[in-house]
Design a protein around this ligand. Structure first.
Ligand code: EPU
Length: 333
């Protein structure tokens, strides 16, 4: 177990913001996690993963928890599936690389998403037509109040688009320690999203899909090691069919990009932001990324205030121009 005081969070947030934490702790087992929860009872707690979806707006006057549990093991298999249990601190992309190497499929479309297993199950990360929830069988979690362990089935996690029970009614109540994925022994490629199919080419394998996804992501999204960001800053809004009709009439264009969804029509926030003229524009050191306006980047000197101001200005313009509310998927701390 590691405990440090007054530590810089610069290495722990992909936006590259220089916030500080009063206490930073790292645990290597569930027992150590329980001991930390007991020791710091009553203190403000924040469990972080790779910090790839966080915006530290100020110093954190409490205890940061981080997992150093990074193993994965096979817990069951049958003729068609293999069940892999991964610990929360394992980097998701390292797990995916290993699985693709073994020809095990299900997670390959999520390649190259920055982040760790635990946070990816809270956030229900998604990309190229697959969401984490599609392969999560269950999660194991520890109660912050009393350290008790509880297993949540996929249904009990109440997954939605970038959403789960751990972001809603159980926010701040549990820490996910393990995720069990049900993965395929027989490859069924999911290549319907955008240009993925043509990028993959013929005779796809889990590894060739992974490599294609990485190529596409590298073309569109900034490398967090080079340019601070938290991936998509906003969620794509879902609007009603009536609102969509109004939108196409308003801009006299029926080529508004849209995807039919349960409950309405999803409009790419990237498109709405581009229409408002924000693509490539900056406030201070925060920039709306020119290749993908859904992403806000730290060009080097951004303060949290710059990023907050840029996000607010973008939301306001989208609201004023289209009457559509876009909301951040990034967590403001
Ligand atoms: N678009 C524009 N202008 C642009 C870029 C995109 O108008 O400059 C429009 C186009 O119509 C395009 C559409 O946006 O067809 C969708 O773009 P893209 O396929 O790049 O996906 P996205 O909706 O912008 C979502 C996820 C990404 C994920 C991709 C691929 C969210 C919030 N974001 O982005 O996730 O990688 O799909 O599946 O749902 C993340 O969560 O951090 C993330 C990067």
């Amino acid at each position: 177990m590691t405990i440090k005081e007054n530590i810089s969070l610069l290495p722990y947030n992909t936006f590259g913001l220089p916030a500080k934490a009063k206490i930073f702790t790292e645990y290597s087992s569930v027992e150590e996690l329980r001991a930390l929860l007991e020791k710091y009872k009553g203190e403000p707690l924040l469990h972080i993963g790779a910090g790839s979806n966080l915006l530290f707006t100020k110093d954190f006057d409490g205890v940061i928890l981080h997992s150093a549990m990074r193993r994965a093991r096979c817990v069951s298999e049958d003729a068609d599936y293999v069940w892999i249990e991964a610990e929360n601190g394992l980097v998701l992309d390292e797990l995916i690389a290993q699985l693709c190497d073994m020809g095990i499929s299900g997670l390959e479309n999520l390649s190259y998403i920055p982040g760790e297993v635990g946070a990816s199950a809270v956030q229900n990360v998604g990309a190229y037509g697959v969401e984490a929830k599609d392969v999560i069988e269950s999660v194991r979690a520890v109660s912050i109040a009393d350290g008790a362990e509880r297993i949540f089935s996929n249904a009990e996690c109440q997954y939605g688009y970038r959403d789960s029970i751990f972001k809603n009614s159980l926010r701040g109540k549990y820490i996910i320690t393990h995720v069990v994925y049900r993965l395929n022994k027989h490859f069924e490629p999911k290549l319907n999203y955008g240009n993925l199919s043509s990028e993959v080419g013929s005779n796809p394998t889990p590894m060739s899909v992974r490599e294609a996804v990485i190529r596409i992501r590298q073309q569109k999204l900034p490398e967090v090691s080079e340019l601070g960001s938290a991936g998509s800053f906003f969620k794509n809004p879902v609007i009603s069919h009536e609102a969509y009709e109004t939108l196409t009439r308003q801009i006299r264009d029926d080529r508004v990009p849209h995807y039919e969804q349960e409950g309405g029509v999803k409009i790419p926030a990237a498109w709405l932001i581009e229409q408002c003229g924000w693509k490539g524009k900056s406030i201070g050191g925060a920039q709306c990324y020119p290749k993908q306006p859904l992403v806000l980047v730290n060009t080097g000197s951004a303060t949290a205030d710059d990023i907050v101001a840029l996000a607010a200005a973008i939301c306001k313009d989208v609201q004023d121009k289209f009457g559509i509310t876009i909301s951040p998927e990034v967590n403001y701390i």
